[in-house]
Design a binder for this molecule. Sequence first.
Ligand code: 5AD
Ligand code: SF4
Length: 351
Amino acid sequence: MDIKDKKDIIYYLGVSEEEKIRELFDYAYKVKVENVGKFVYFRGIIEFSNICTKNCYYCGIRKDNTKIKRFSMTEDEIIELALWAYENNYGSIVLQSGERKDKDFVLFIEKILKKIKKLSNDKLGITLSVGEQDYDTYKRWFDAGAHRYLLRIEASDRELYEKLHPADHSYDVRLKCLESLRDIGYQVGTGVMIGLPFQTLENLANDILFFKKMDIDMIGMGPYIIHEDTPIIKYVDSFDKESQLNLALKMIAVTRIFLKDVNIASTTALQALKHIGRELGLMAGANIIMPTITDTKYRQLYLLYQDKPCIDENAGLCRNCLQARIESIGEKIGFNEWGDSPHYFKKVRES
Ligand code: 5AD
Ligand code: SF4
């Protein structure tokens, strides 16, 4: 089985016979083991605030959703979780929140980065995922210790992007942010939602080509999941969890076969569709898991979509549960490691 071009990508994203899908996943798994091994890396994710200044049409924590209670963790709360991750041998954490660009926010993040770096003796890797920012802000945070940044393009097709966002959310700005991050020296992660209203298989194929063209090191993509209090819901005629899950898994598998040595996350949204969704993601070619380590009291407030799993669990429970589940499918966890993608190192060696 080879996937060489757009035509092949579209073909495999569209396969529907069970046997063909099985073959696709098995081959993607083989390509994963050959290129990145059987290790799963953890990124403990701290969703530290649901305050957002943006209004993406699909997202449950968009600014205009007045039904949710907003929260922001204090500096101490965030540091405590980061240290928990460090002490529990997570090599790396992700700090994620809604998007804010104000000065207080910029300084708050900078201060937290410096503290976490110091308290973990520079050992804990830190990924940021706090949206679009100016070049200077990205640079400042890089200098303060963040070394990876996740900014999903959400949909690489400009027209589709514009259907999913209000007019003042600019596709060009988003692209520019990805370029700035790369220039500064971050390892850059991006991704898309899969199974969105208006999205075609050709759009998804172009997303994969986009990852290649942008020379992306890490990919975080997951199924689109409905949320009742969002404007886009009126365009969703039916929502079938099984087919949504299958399409997302095929997207992971085809991306693995096409790009080979990148890091691909098996995202929580997969688990929202099926209890073992993330394990299925690993079997279809993903190699990263991002267990949430957010405090239980805040989890039910960070609802980007419906049926978000594990909102009653705490970080310790999540860790044990995940470890058992990962080992049950014959994979190992790369504890205490940053788990950078081989793709990134190849580039560094070549430059
Ligand atoms: N379904 C799935 N993913 C979503 N996100 C936001 N809303 C949804 C939804 N309804 C994703 C976006 C964003 C990430 C933090 O959460 O891709 O980048
Ligand atoms: Fe805010 Fe991100 Fe949700 Fe958009 S997807 S509304 S930027 S949290």
